[in-house]
Structure formats: C-alpha cells, structure tokens
Design a protein around this ligand. Structure first.
Ligand code: C2E
Ligand code: CA
Ligand code: CA
Length: 397
C-alpha cells in the first residue's frame, strides 16, 4: 500500500550495524522498528501478534540461527512478510541465496551487499509498496492458463490507451497500450488477473503479438484523424529470451505499414533476466530498427538493469509508487529526483506515471520531468474514445 507507514524488523548480531540500520530506517518514516540479534529472536517477534511486521531486514552471517536457517524457518512458518537480506558475502553467493529464498516461497525484496547505505536500501524498501499494490485483489477471479489462452483465441482481449502529455507544451506525445480482457462472464478484467499466469506458465508471446498487432493497426488510423505521436507497448522481459522476438515484432509492425520510430517498447526492470545475451541482442536489434525503448517501472528493479541502460534506451519511465509517495516520503522523493537526474544525464526522455493530482503535476514540473501519464490526465480507454479525447484535449490546451 503506497504511503502506508511500515513496520520493520532488523535482525543483525553486530550492535553497531544494527543501530546504524535502525537510524537509517527512521528516514523512511517507519511506524515501528523491532530489533533481534539472531534468527531465533526474529522468529519470536514474527510470531508475536502484538508486533506486526511488514519488512524484515536480516543479516546472513549470524551466530546461533544464521540467515539461511532463518529464511528456511520463515518459509516453513507461513508468516507473510517481505524480506531483505544483507551480507558481506560476494555477489555470486548472494545470487544463489536469492534463488534459495525464492525456492522457500519467501517474498524476497532483494539481497544487498554490505555495507548498507540509504541509496542501496531505500529503492528495495520501495519495492515492497510497489509489490503490495500489484498483488491481485483477494476477490478477483482466478483464471487458468487454458482459460486465458481460450480468451485470446476468441479475440476477447483489447488494448486500452492512456495518453502521455509533454509537460512543457501540454501536447499529447502518444499513448500507452494496456491489455484488457472483455470476459463474457466477469466483464472487464485487468492485467493482474492474467499477466502473471501468462508469464509464469508460458503464453505471454500470444498476448504480446495480439497487443502489438491491434495497437499498431490502431496507430495506422491516427493520420486520418490528424493525430500523431507514438504508441507504447509493454514487452515482457521473458519474451526477450527468444532471439527471434525482435524480428517477429518487426514483422508485425511492418505488416501495418507503421514506422518503428512511432512505436516504443516498454520493458520492466527485472531480476528474471535469465539470458542476458539474448535479451541484449533483442533490445539492440529493436533499437537498430528504430523502435523506441523505455525502461518501465524504473527504480523498483534490480541493478542488473544497469547493463541494459547501455543499450541506448530512449525513455525512462519512473514507477508510480515514487510519484505517489514523493510528497510525504523522503526516500521516494530522493529516488524520483535521482531518476530524473539520470534521465537528463543520459539525455533521454523521462516519463512519470501515476500522476493523480495537480500537486503531483506541479512537483514534477519543478523537478524537470519531461512527460507525464496518469489519472489526472485520463484513465486508459478504448480506441474510439481515445481519438475523441485527444481532439478535445488539443482544442482546450
Ligand atoms: P504499467 O506498464 O506500469 O502500466 C501502468 C499501470 O498504471 C496501468 O495499470 C495503468 O492503468 C495504471 N495507471 C495509470 N495511471 C495511473 C494513476 O494515475 N494512478 C494509478 N494508481 N494507476 C495508474 P494496468 O492497465 O492495470 O496494467 C498493469 C500492468 O500490467 C502494467 O503496468 C504492465 O506492467 C502490465 N501490462 C498491461 N498490459 C500489458 C501487455 O500488453 N503486455 C505485458 N507484458 N504487460 C502488460
Ligand atoms: Ca508500461
Ligand atoms: Ca510502470
């Protein structure tokens, strides 16, 4: 929940480091900060109903129950918390520990190399609110892969379009295409109900192809309405493992006679980049053909994305959690400013998402953000509605 004050549990045997960490956490506007010096102490706190914990920050190397045993016990106890692991161990080992934690079903926000600094820690903490906001609502229907694929086959998926506005000119610079499922029984179904299943169980490429095909076909009609700008399409990082992906997408775009420069591919930062070589090859090829490339949800991902930044990304899209929290949370504001600064240095376009209030807009103008997207301007809408909306906006701005 963005903006909610968090309860932390710091597990660290080294007194001085523990005190430092507690002090650092005060800077994120924590609600409560509990402390333990080993895994046993931490588990006791987690089982105490009077001490609700959102995020555990734990050292790995501790006497008694060490971090690894603690993670296993946590996995087995079924306590639902997010965890951040910290250690002085080398990077490779940290990567295996990450895999281990995931195997135990732990909601691992990140594994950090010591010494912990606010710059390392705050973005990882912010990931908690982002993840929490993204979890499906408990009452949402759950769909199997077969049901989703059948819906795709039956043409029940449609892109909705959300405008992007250039702050300095108030011009519509384009639209992001977002998947919606017109379910015959449940009505309009949002992406969280089908994207994770498609990504984890296979089938995301079918959605991507549908979205690219329909979005580009729609983009082709803009000229007749005297509308220009780019369309942004979300591309799952999992699709980039297949070296054919760039060429396949290129083929779909070409079939509708749309120029690649009018299409931006948004790729989310992610730790799941299993095949960095293929991923980079695809991204470089898309860029070479003239597609725009956007780093989506910037600030929430893993530093592995640093490698991808070298692939001449054209846009940096700052995650909405930072925009929403910037006015009241120092850590969010720091990341927002740093991200905007980085976009400026790289000379690429910055886009802030989740702009909901005039105060958000004003703050972003002040911080030098280039483009904005959010409910303040418009919600995602079906294609015909989008055309009308752009005409009205253009007339009144
Ligand atoms: P995203 O790419 O970060 O897209 C932005 C999300 O924020 C959209 O949610 C949008 O409706 C929502 N949003 C826009 N403005 C505001 C605002 O002012 N406040 C708030 N609270 N939310 C705002 P949506 O449409 O539910 O999509 C969720 C996610 O699903 C997307 O996040 C994207 O990661 C994924 N997704 C959507 N369509 C596709 C697709 O075709 N392919 C893939 N691979 N992923 C998709
Ligand atoms: Ca996106
Ligand atoms: Ca995003």
């Amino acid at each position: 929940m963005p903006g909610k004050r968090l309860n932390f549990l710091v597990t660290e045997d080294h007194d001085f480091q523990r005190r430092m960490l507690v002090r650092m956490l005060r800077g994120v506007d924590a609600n409560a900060i509990y402390e333990a010096s080993d895994g046993m102490g931490a588990l006791a706190i987690l089982q105490d109903p009077s001490k609700p914990v959102d995020i555990v920050i734990s050292d790995l190397d501790m006497p008694g129950m060490d971090g690894m045993a603690f993670v296993r016990n946590l996995g087995e106890s079924g306590v639902s918390v997010s965890i951040i692991l910290a250690s002085a161990l080398d990077r490779n080992l940290l990567a295996s520990i990450q895999t281990m934690a995931e195997a135990y079903g732990i909601n691992l926000l990140g594994v950090l190399e010591k010494p912990l600094t606010p710059e390392k820690l705050f973005p990882i903490i912010a990931r908690h609110s982002t993840l929490a906001a993204r979890l499906p609502h408990p009452t949402d229907p759950v769909f199997s892969l077969e049901e989703i694929l059948a819906g795709l086959r039956d043409g029940e998926f449609e892109p909705y379009y959300q405008p992007k506005i250039e702050m300095a000119t108030r011009r519509v610079s384009g639209a992001e295409s977002l998947a919606r499922w017109h379910h015959p029984q449940f009505g309009l179904v949002a992406p969280y109900a089908f994207i994770p299943t498609l990504e984890l169980q296979g089938g995301i490429d079918t959605l991507t192809d549908t979205m690219v095909d329909k979005t580009v076909a729609f983009r082709r009609t803009w000229a007749a309405h005297d509308i220009d700008g780019s369309v942004s399409i979300n591309l799952s990082i999992r699709s980039l493992v297949d070296v054919q992906t760039a060429d396949r997408l290129m083929g779909l775009v070409r079939a509708h006679h749309v120029a690649p420069r009018d299409v931006v591919m948004e790729v989310t930062e992610s730790a799941l980049t299993t095949d960095v070589g293929h991923t980079l090859e695809n991204l470089a090829r898309l860029r070479m053909k003239g597609f725009g490339l956007s780093i989506d949800d910037y600030g929430t991902g893993y530093s592995s994305m640093q490698q991808l930044i070298r692939i001449a990304f054209t846009e940096l899209k700052i995650d909405q959690s930072f925009v929403a929290n910037a006015s009241r949370q120092e850590s969010a504001r720091v990341i927002l400013e740093a991200s905007l600064g980085m976009a400026r240095k790289l000379n690429i376009c910055s886009v802030a998402e989740g702009v909901e209030t005039q105060a958000d807009w004003d703050m972003l103008v002040q911080l030098g953000c280039h483009t904005v997207q959010g409910y303040l301007i418009a919600r995602p809408m079906p294609c015909e509605e989008y055309l009308d909306w752009v005409k009205k906006w253009t007339q009144s701005n």
